[in-house]
Design a protein around this ligand. Structure first.
Ligand code: MN
Length: 201
């Protein structure tokens, strides 16, 4: 996939610990696709939201992270596809490399496609192309229905918005990005990931 090539092209795998994207199509035995939200302390702190669609992780930068408040529309800036293995990546990208900085697996889980039209499920790939994705997330921190919608239709490089659906997982008072700052993989904060990695290298 051309998107995967641009992922590889952006990176020097002799220098970054990130996984290399293989050209083979990923196969897996999971019943549901996966999503990951990575907290990334790069030149500016942000969250990367990645959801499995057609064998790759479609990816967006969330400058403010996800919200559990349905009244909050969170900007989601599309970025290059990442390989599925990236959902397990936590560690330090060297400062002189693309996206240099510490990466934490802030949340991870499976999701369901709940986008329907005239009573039929709209396939995820089609939802992506249409700029209108409706999914039910089952993470440790983030769960329930979310809509990802492209602000202008037609061009895939336009920005999107991530909006919590008003369901039983909605909570306007919860502020997970500030209150919950540990990895679901290691239990560590960004600072702890940084100091652990520096000791072991
Ligand atoms: Mn990032």
């Amino acid at each position: 996939m051309s998107e995967n090539k641009s992922y590889n092209k952006n990176r020097d795998f002799s220098k970054t610990p990130e996984p290399e994207s293989e050209s083979k199509t990923e196969t897996h035995s999971r019943a549901k696709p996966l999503f990951v939200i990575q907290k990334h302390d790069a030149s500016t702190l942000h969250y990367d939201f990645r959801i499995e669609i057609e064998g790759v992780l479609k990816s967006w930068v969330l400058p403010k992270g996800p919200s559990t408040d349905p009244s909050q529309k969170r900007l989601a800036i599309p970025t290059e596809d990442h390989p599925l293995e990236y959902a397990d990546f936590e560690g330090i990208i060297p400062e002189d490399q693309y996206g240099g900085g510490t990466v934490m697996i802030w949340d991870k889980g499976e999701f369901s496609n709940i986008n329907t039209q005239n009573g039929k499920t709209v396939p995820l790939g089609e939802s992506y192309k249409n700029g209108h994705i409706v999914i039910y997330l089952e993470g440790e921190k983030i769960s329930g229905g979310y809509t990802l919608i492209q602000t202008k239709s037609g061009k895939l490089d336009d920005n999107w918005l991530l909006i919590k659906m008003d369901d039983d997982k909605a909570d306007a008072r919860r502020n997970p990005t500030s209150a919950e700052n540990r990895s679901v993989k290691s239990g560590q904060t960004l600072e702890e990931i940084k100091s652990t990695e520096q000791k072991s290298s």
